[in-house]
Unconditional design. Structure first.
Length: 250
């Protein structure tokens, strides 16, 4: 990715969620994924219809949904992460696609999940609206959803501008800033013992307040009935790390 190229910066997720991402973040918290899935199942009881795990990544939540007896389809744009998901479960249906253009018929799903801040990645608010419109379109009337986001106010208040971490012999420098309505993180990965050049990646996520996110959902007929602050079902407060909205399609 080059920061000078506006399109590449806007579509940062096409480059970041690949081999480097997996190399730097190889360990995933399966217990956390199980708690998140349990919250979804216990709160919403999706029934017998299929559930779409939107932006499923390497599949940790999709696998937990399937293990809980939920008929699950995982969707992600990253071929690298989908390969990881396939390694863990060869039977799990997986689809590679862009969430701005979901390749499913209207009312295909009884439920939909979006875990671990997999929303707000796009360069314009209209693109986010397009995603929410597709979510509503593929959900059957009365279908359930759970959207797991970060607490934007906490991100603003507790932003760490700079840190350095080591992953084996690889030095990773991360810088963070609030630019307008987005939190932006730049990741510089040094090559370690290899002679490869350093690589730079970027993350950009739009900051939505609870009211803004619930309002965006409501514009498209997705009624947020529950608001949680953690995967244990705790109430959302200003100190919560997560903002988890769940409800039903009108």
């Amino acid at each position: 990715m080059t920061r000078e190229d506006g399109h590449e910066s806007r579509e940062w997720f096409r480059n970041w969620f690949g081999e480097e991402y997996l190399a730097l973040y190889p360990h995933r918290d399966e217990a956390e994924a199980a708690r998140a899935v349990r919250l979804f199942v216990d709160t919403l009881m999706p029934g017998d219809g299929p559930v779409l795990d939107l932006a499923c990544g390497a599949g940790r939540h999709a696998h937990e949904l399937s293990a809980a007896g939920v008929r699950t389809i995982g969707l992600d744009l990253s071929a690298v992460l989908l390969r990881e998901a396939r390694k863990a479960d060869e039977e799990l249906p997986l689809v590679r696609a862009d969430m701005r253009d979901l390749p499913f018929a209207d009312s295909s799903f009884a439920g939909l999940t979006s875990f671990f801040t997999s929303f707000g990645y796009f360069g314009t608010l209209e693109e986010d609206r397009t995603v929410i419109g597709h979510i509503r379109r593929v959900l059957a009337p009365g279908g359930v959803f759970m959207l797991d986001f970060f607490n934007a106010d906490r991100v603003r208040d507790q932003l760490v501008p700079h840190d350095v971490k080591w992953y084996g012999d690889r030095r990773v420098t991360q810088t963070r800033a609030i630019l307008g309505d987005m939190v932006v993180k730049q990741i510089v990965i040094e090559p370690g013992e290899s002679d490869a050049p350093a690589r730079t990646f970027e993350e950009r996520v739009r900051l939505y307040s609870p009211a803004e996110l619930a309002g965006l959902l409501g514009e498209h007929g997705l009624v947020a009935e529950h608001r949680f602050g953690d995967y244990g079902g705790g109430a959302f407060t200003v100190e919560s790390e997560r903002l988890i909205l769940s409800g039903r399609a009108a």
